[in-house]
Design a protein around this ligand. Structure first.
Ligand code: EPU
Length: 420
């Protein structure tokens, strides 16, 4: 199994072209089932999750080719509405294919996406929303069989009891080809939802209100293919900024989404780093010791502080002067990286949804295992700032979300290599 060997202590300096967003690319690839024809999706990151999505599309009969960060799809000969169990289990976000397949094929068979990386991740809101749209759902032997009651999904008024990103995406994907109007109240407002809607509008869909908590979709009879470019990855951006904050240095992120990163940047700024933003650019300079963040850092749905940036910021704050407190409100089990950070010398105490991080003056290298995608990235940030060498194993978690991360870090002067 591959590992990263990281020797800390080098400042990070230079410019980095940010990858396209994983959490946009995946639902947009699912959406490529909906138009009857070809789509060209540019700025797709080369990641294991994106390759899994491509395998799902091909298995449904939607031709999909990934080359040079562009995904080309052709759904004119869609032939199946069943996603095999092993493909469903490859990544949790395979569940967003449910709404898209239902929208186009009027039926689908999927499975509960496996694993419990971040604690229980139920799909009850996805299923109850589909039922409201006129879909019968039967579960047998771990398979979820969905059939449209009246030939076509029907528009519905749906109020989510939590603004779930995946459930909002599934409803939108099912609604764009449904009969009539769908209203989603308490919808997720994440920028990736707006990106998905931007893609669907380019295919001719009628959607308004994305980015707000009420989204209205008017179903169309047909959608057409389009060319679209995926937004930059705000979480990869937060990760590289946290690395520079922790290890010190000067970094310019190019192709960054500035406004969408604001909830993260406004907290990072409190650590004493110099931050400047320009058109599609974020600049950070970090020298001397970081300051702890005074107010509790609460992860919340957008526009709150993003849960996906909690671990990487924690790695940086473990070296700050003073105590920072995190409150994780989105996932039950999103502090699994803290044991590794403690092994590297951090002082972190976890009590339920609270993590108290008392800044230490130095971290040291250690052998650690990536526990999940963002937790693994946090270990990497800590290792770059630590004295000595760290070995990070189970890096397949990190490869799910960061494109050529070792090349990016080396380009910035960090000492990191991938070994077999
Ligand atoms: N939830 C339910 N029932 C549901 C759906 C969700 O209880 O039917 C709960 C979840 O268990 C969780 C909370 O609602 O506690 C939020 O889940 P949400 O549905 O919003 O998250 P998701 O769609 O599963 C996406 C991202 C995650 C990101 C979250 C929150 C993708 C592919 N994944 O997940 O990204 O953390 O939204 O912003 O878009 C990552 O990139 O590392 C990652 C985990």
């Amino acid at each position: 199994m591959q590992k990263f060997i990281v020797t800390g202590g080098s400042r990070l300096r230079g410019e980095l072209q940010l990858q396209g967003s994983k959490n946009s690319a995946l639902p947009i690839m699912a959406a490529a089932i909906l138009p009857d024809g070809e789509c060209l999706i540019k700025n797709c990151p080369g990641l294991t999750d994106v390759y899994s999505a491509a395998r799902i599309l091909n298995c449904l009969g939607c031709k999909c080719i990934f080359s040079d960060n562009t995904v080309t799809t052709d759904s004119s000969a869609l032939s199946s509405s069943e996603i095999p169990d092993e493909l469903m289990r490859e990544m949790r976000s395979s569940i967003v294919f449910m709404g898209a397949v239902l929208g186009r094929m009027k039926e689908c068979t999927v499975s509960i996406p496996g694993g419990c990386e971040l604690g229980p991740r139920p799909i009850d809101m996805h299923l109850s929303s589909m039922q409201k749209m006129g879909i019968d759902i039967r579960e047998t032997g771990g398979r979820i069989i969905c059939r449209t009651r009246s030939g076509r999904p029907k528009g519905a008024k749906i109020t989510l009891n939590f603004p779930s990103v995946g459930a909002t995406e599934n409803i939108i994907l099912c609604a764009v080809l449904a009969q009539g109007e769908t209203v989603i109240n308490n919808a997720a407002r994440e920028p990736e939802i707006c990106d998905l809607c931007g893609f669907l509008r380019s295919c001719g869909a009628d959607i308004i209100g994305d980015g707000e908590s009420r989204i209205i979709i008017n179903g169309k009879d047909k959608l057409h293919g389009c060319e679209y470019s995926v937004m930059p990855d705000r979480i990869a951006g937060a990760t590289y900024l946290s690395m520079a904050a922790a290890a010190g240095g000067e970094l310019i992120l190019k192709n960054a989404c500035v406004a969408e990163s604001e909830p993260f940047l406004s907290i990072l700024e409190q650590t004493g780093c110099t931050l400047n933003t320009g058109e599609n650019k974020i600049y950070i300079r970090s020298g001397g010791r970081l300051r702890a963040v005074r107010d509790r850092i609460r992860t919340m749905p957008h526009p709150g502080f993003p849960t996906d940036a909690q671990a990487v910021l924690m790695a940086a704050l473990s070296l700050a002067e003073g105590t920072s407190v995190f409150e994780e409100n989105i996932f039950d089990c999103r502090y699994r990286h803290t044991d590794a950070l403690v092994k590297m010398g951090a002082d972190i105490q976890v009590m339920g949804k609270i993590a108290v991080v008392k800044g230490v003056s130095r971290l040291h290298g250690a052998n650690v295992e990536a526990t999940d995608l963002r937790g693994g990235a946090a270990m990497l940030a800590a290792a770059l700032a630590a004295e000595g060498t760290s070995e990070i194993s189970r890096i397949y978690h990190i490869d799910r979300g960061y494109e050529k991360i070792e090349e990016a870090v080396r380009l910035l002067g960090g000492d990191m290599k991938r070994v077999q």
